[in-house]
Write a protein that binds this ligand. Structure first.
Ligand SMILES: Cc1cc2nc3c(=O)[nH]c(=O)nc-3n(C[C@H](O)[C@H](O)[C@H](O)COP(=O)(O)OP(=O)(O)OC[C@H]3O[C@@H](n4cnc5c(N)ncnc54)[C@H](O)[C@@H]3O)c2cc1C
Ligand SMILES: Cc1cc2nc3c(=O)[nH]c(=O)nc-3n(C[C@H](O)[C@H](O)[C@H](O)COP(=O)(O)O)c2cc1C
Length: 580
């Protein structure tokens, strides 16, 4: 609703109060208020005892989301908004804070769940997820529910967590009233459709007395926001030495008219282009070399590398290729696609293709997230990123990650790139007087450069301790001079490093955590915050396990009690992760 103008015949504070109350009111509340005031006027302005029927209390809707990078959280907000418009009273719960008793008392329940790792729940949601899956989970007889699953078809365990939660709610006696939808990375439209359907089904006929139709077709509730901005690349530096086998680019971006509002802990979504050489090879394999429009679309806006089980099925359907059909019939698809890309499918099972068929095998090219490695308080209108070029060989082909190689190989100083801020309100700095421990090997160190810059700029009094690791001290010490400056200036209190290839036995950050366990536990006992960023597959789990062992050793706890101690840190939001 547009705000009440400053010219209205009220005092300024009254206009503020009215805007706060009326501005956030649902259409039903506004309609009631309008009718009520009209009634008061009609009766000569006397606030007589209520002749109207008492307002029916709004029917509740519980919305639970399990999110890591914020997509499910955003959709939870969208569904709450739509529910409110329909006269429901939504309550949003982050699965990180969920007590299962909240589900038993829910009449209607919506769960929006993302899948992470290799088919795992988002890190913050693990505790509540395990409780829900565990033997002690309460019965949910009669609870009407619907699940929206978020995922990425590039992963074998596509939407695994949403699927499991959906099954579990039904097994506990819940009544599925909305069918689950499994969304790929381009989830905006299917999610908006699902939200529209779910709210309709979950709204009882008499909710708030009147149902207001919401047109989700016209404008998806979570349409990709348009605040993509173009930035100029003012620094493009490989932080590894020329003798390293890695390439990690420090990218400094400058924004005309000011950097978009970002906070330490946020990421930037970067919109990349595909490698023209790969696209040419793909078009050649498909026999479509002359199609310039397709070539341009494929370079700029389609995901032409991902090969999912769904892609293989579409290929079989559209081409009728006998060998691909046989692959599916033999249940070999999951195994065959591992380590392969779209080009392998086309090259291994060639068949005449037209442009539309080839396009149907691709999905929109998704942006890639990169942790912001700077603080606006120190770098002004810039944002810095730290991007490691992903390169590997598989099935006899050299492969290159799309976005990281776009940055490493094709972006240059003076060039331009499109980005969008991806806020992460679950990975921010605590109050300036709190101590922080940061564990960030490899590119995981990026947000901690932002943390240290911010703490220097704000003259924070809390102590800070960084654990960093990479392959070698000489060739892979990312931002070495920055850390030395910060240590000299006091913005960083201490730093421990682990270089895995400098010694005969491999040393990682978790080994350093173990070595420093007594002081580390002391810092935590005194209220320090513990941050982990970087590799989710191994590092984050090894670091957590090292911390549990540290509690066992330092505080003479049983493994169960030590696990509880770390779980308590997580619940208190003093153990925070941003891993990928
Ligand atoms: C919140 C967040 C923050 C992030 N921050 C950073 C950051 O600060 N710096 C950074 O560099 N990255 C960061 N990432 C990762 C980044 O978003 C990209 O995933 C990464 O750069 C790879 O993207 P790409 O387009 O180059 O590769 P893609 O084209 O997406 O290819 C990557 C895929 O290739 C496959 N693959 C990779 N290596 C191998 C292998 N050895 N064998 C077989 N298959 C393999 C895997 O399927 C992998 O998913 C972050 C991710 C998230 C979610
Ligand atoms: C490191 C990483 C691992 C992921 N693992 C899976 C997976 O195993 N299965 C899946 O379907 N999606 C997976 N995804 C995709 C996410 O589920 C998807 O991006 C989702 O929109 C994230 O939602 P959120 O922002 O609410 O966390 C993964 C994404 C990342 C970055």
């Amino acid at each position: 609703m547009s705000p009440i103008p400053k010219t209205a015949p009220f005092a300024e504070e009254e206009i503020d109060i009215l805007n706060r109350v009326v501005g956030t009111a649902s259409p039903i509340q506004r309609a009631w208020l309008a009718g009520f005031l009209a009634g008061v006027d009609a009766s000569g302005g006397v606030l007589a005892p209520q002749p109207l029927a008492p307002a029916r209390p709004a029917e509740p809707l519980t919305i639970v989301y399990a999110s890591e990078s914020g997509n499910s959280e955003k959709l939870a907000g969208d569904i709450a908004k739509a529910a409110r418009k329909n006269g429901l009273k939504p309550t949003i719960i982050d699965m990180a804070d969920l007590e299962l008793s909240a589900l038993t008392s829910a009449k209607r329940l919506v769960v929006i769940a993302a899948t992470w790792g290799e088919g795992e729940p988002p890190a913050r949601a693990i505790r509540a997820y395990n409780e829900l899956m565990g033997e002690g989970a309460p019965r949910l007889d009669g609870v009407e529910f619907g699940v929206l699953a978020l995922g990425d078809t590039a992963y074998v365990e596509f939407c695994a967590i949403g699927k499991k939660i959906d099954e579990r709610l039904a097994a506990l006696g819940g009544k599925r009233v909305v069918d689950r939808v499994d969304c790929d990375l381009d989830f905006a439209e299917p999610a908006a459709r699902w939200i529209g359907d779910a709210v309709k089904v979950l709204t009882p006929p008499n909710a708030g007395g009147r149902v207001i139709e919401v047109d989700f077709g016209a404008k998806p509730a979570s349409a990709p926001s348009t605040d993509i901005v173009e930035a100029e690349i003012i620094e493009h530096v490989d932080l590894n030495s020329s003798r390293s086998d890695k390439e990690t680019i420090h990218l400094a971006l400058a924004f005309e008219g000011g950097a978009p509002a970002y906070e330490p802990g946020d990421s930037l979504d970067l919109y990349a282009e595909n490698d023209p050489a790969y696209v040419d090879e793909l078009l050649k394999a498909a026999g479509l070399t002359g199609d310039d429009k397709l070539r341009s679309d494929f370079i700029n806006s389609r995901d032409v590398t991902t090969l999912s089980a769904k892609t293989v099925e579409t290929y079989a359907e559209k081409t009728g290729h006998q060998y691909v059909k046989a692959l599916i019939a033999d249940g070999q698809v999951k195994e065959w696609i591992a380590g392969r890309q779209l080009i392998d499918l086309i090259a291994t099972f060639p068949i005449a293709l037209d442009a539309e068929t080839l396009r149907a095998l691709t999905r929109p090219l998704a942006p890639r997230a990169y942790s912001i490695a700077s603080s606006r308080r120190e770098v002004g209108d810039e944002a810095h990123l730290l991007i490691s070029a992903v390169r590997y060989d598989s099935h006899g082909r050299a492969r290159k990650g799309v976005a990281s190689n776009y940055v490493a190989e094709r972006l240059k100083r003076g060039g331009r790139v499109r980005v969008k801020v991806k806020p992460n309100r679950h990975f921010g700095l605590p109050a300036p007087d709190k101590d922080i421990i940061m564990v960030g090997p490899g590119t995981g160190v990026a947000p901690f450069r932002a943390f240290v810059q911010e703490r220097r700029a704000t003259e924070a009094t809390g102590k800070s301790w960084l654990f960093f690791g990479d392959r070698t001290f000489t060739h892979d010490f990312l931002y070495q001079l920055d850390w030395q400056d910060a240590l000299n200036g006091g913005a960083l209190t201490r730093m421990d490093v682990a270089f895995s290839r400098d010694t005969p036995e491999k040393i990682y950050v978790q080994h350093k955590i173990w070595d420093r366990r007594a002081e580390l536990v002391e810092w935590l006992d005194k209220g320090a915050y513990f941050y982990v960023c970087g590799d989710a597959k191994a590092m984050a789990k090894d670091v957590r396990a090292a911390l549990v062992r540290a509690y066992v050793d330092v505080k003479s706890l049983s493994p169960e009690a030590a696990e509880q101690a770390v779980a308590t840190l997580e619940r208190e939001k003093r153990y925070l992760q941003d891993t990928y």
